[in-house]
Ligand binder design. Sequence first.
Ligand code: AMP
Ligand code: MG
Length: 322
Amino acid sequence: MNCSIGTDGERAAALIRGGGVVAFGTETVYGLGANAFDASAVARVFDVKARPRLDPLIVHVAERGDLERLTTHIPATAERLAEHFWPGPLTLVLQKSDDVPDLVTAGLPTVAVRVPDHQLARQLIVLAGVPIAAPSANRFGEVSPTTAAHVSQQLGDRIDYILDGGPCGVGVESTVLHLAGDHPLLLRPGGVTQEEIESVIGPVQRPVAAASDPSGPQMSPGLLSRHYAPRTPLRIIADLSDVPPEPCTGLLTLRPVTASERFAAVEVLSEQGDLREAAANFYAAVRRLDDRGLKRIMALPFPEEGLGRALNDRLRRAACAE
Ligand code: AMP
Ligand code: MG
């Protein structure tokens, strides 16, 4: 039987305090949360998602001051970025304190932290009185949820409550920035753009491909090559002339296209080609195409700038299985 969906922050917080697992809306995607200091509650999050324990979770806090108990050192770059982008879709990876269970960080000496830009999510953290460790509220590797209904369909029978925060405004996961080494490393492009980060702290580097070796603890789970994937095979095409004449093919595109009659279904993410609007619509559009029983989904790439980088990253991982 599926758990209830509602907006009762007190009820959700009591469940978290009692070791439960609660899905909650944020501005990025829905999270699957547990008390970050309770290793057995966090273990349930991994089990519900069927997530490998090599994949660390993001710890969600209500305000910057909550960092003190989670970390041993807060570099000046982290202070500046927090000031500019928190609350918001930027996750900072910092040296972890002993209070954070190893399970949360997959044994890494670092912890990933952010303050969500969502009133109900922050209220939940405050009422629970503990930081909330939460990955996205989907089965591991599959399409991320951006509404309470998406969570209910996939995990509703395995969790305690869904705190309905409405549709996610940003729609893609947070940017993950590693600040515990010599240079800032952008581990996962996301809702805060590389350009925005560089305007505050100067150039950031992208990790080398070797960092995504799936056999060891992940520097960032979003680095796994196959992730965010629909069941229907997805292929990225450079332009529409590349499309073979196959029936039952769907198209995912940023802007309207002229040849749309060649497809069984077309999802246009933004009539005006606006990347923010496209990000907000992205996962729901992938789900709609996935639910149509198509043979294949074709996707046109996004411009490699701003939020387009995060969207291209998700497309590449969704397409990897082919
Ligand atoms: P998810 O919320 O399911 O998309 O996954 C959580 C994200 O947390 C991953 O994509 C990682 O990038 C990130 N993450 C969590 N902890 C760490 C850490 N200690 N070091 C690097 N990345 C982390
Ligand atoms: Mg995820």
